[in-house]
Design a protein around this ligand. Sequence first.
Ligand code: ZN
Length: 321
Amino acid sequence: MDDRYAIGVDIGGTRIRVALSDEKGRFLSRIEEKIDLKNEKAISGQIIRVSHYICKNSGIALGKIEKIGISSAGPLDLRKGLLIKPTNLPFPIVPLTEPVSGELGIPTFLLNDCAAGVLGEKNFGAGKNVENLVFVAQGTGIGGGAIVDNTLLSGKDGNAVEIGHFTIDMDGRLKCGCGRRGHWEAYCSGRNIPNFVRLKIKEADEKRVKNSLLFKNTIGNFKNLDSKALFTAAKLGDSLSLEIVEDIGRLNAMGFANVVNAYDPSLITVGGSLALRNKKLSINPMKRHLQNYAINRIPKIMITPLGEDANLYGAIAVALS
Ligand SMILES: [Zn+2]
């Protein structure tokens, strides 16, 4: 019996990951590069070039590849296989499936990155045999994918699981990237945690702020603060930073409680760069407060065992399906 092979592609915020996998999800070759931003056609060119390379690298002829799956953040036109005004890339339209399948002669499919995460988990991660599963991505933003009763939720426009825009603050103290106020992502995503830290610092006792490690590490310049500065100081035991991390945990608990209440999963896995870099400080404070907001039975919640490759696994799962 011949083995089956597929290529998965994950277009992230700044990096692109490409893997050649067998049907069991074993990577024969995996390449990660910065996204080529020369022009809107450079990305498909990059996928073609890397596909040739990983085939050669793993000794699998290009003709042996059944399909190619490409995961990307939206907005996507799934039928035409292109990105429309993508938030992370400076082009109005990025054609993907047509140039790739045209050049390589392999059927190529595009899928939403959040759907990819949950499909990766279901097929190759902690979600095998799990009928009700949510994947939460906490990175630059907050996104998610949900499988309910073994069905991937999609919605009329493919946006059934826009969990990052759950409202968790009726006072709307912080503005979200979408333009609305009070959304989960506006407080707890990698991009927006600095805004929340500045908010908390304004409320805190000035002397305490000046004595904090957070102040020392940023030389008091909170304008250029990033989420890493907060978590680094918290990991070293800075009490102000730990208190802010606990507050973020409480807000995360509201977000996760909404996930639990809306989708009633038996497993939630968490990925995304922010969560993966700060596993304990992302999950534990949230778990301490979750019961206060969730009405449904609390499911198992864990960091994804697939790490930063969850979307890549999802792209491969779709290519093999
Ligand atoms: Zn929003």
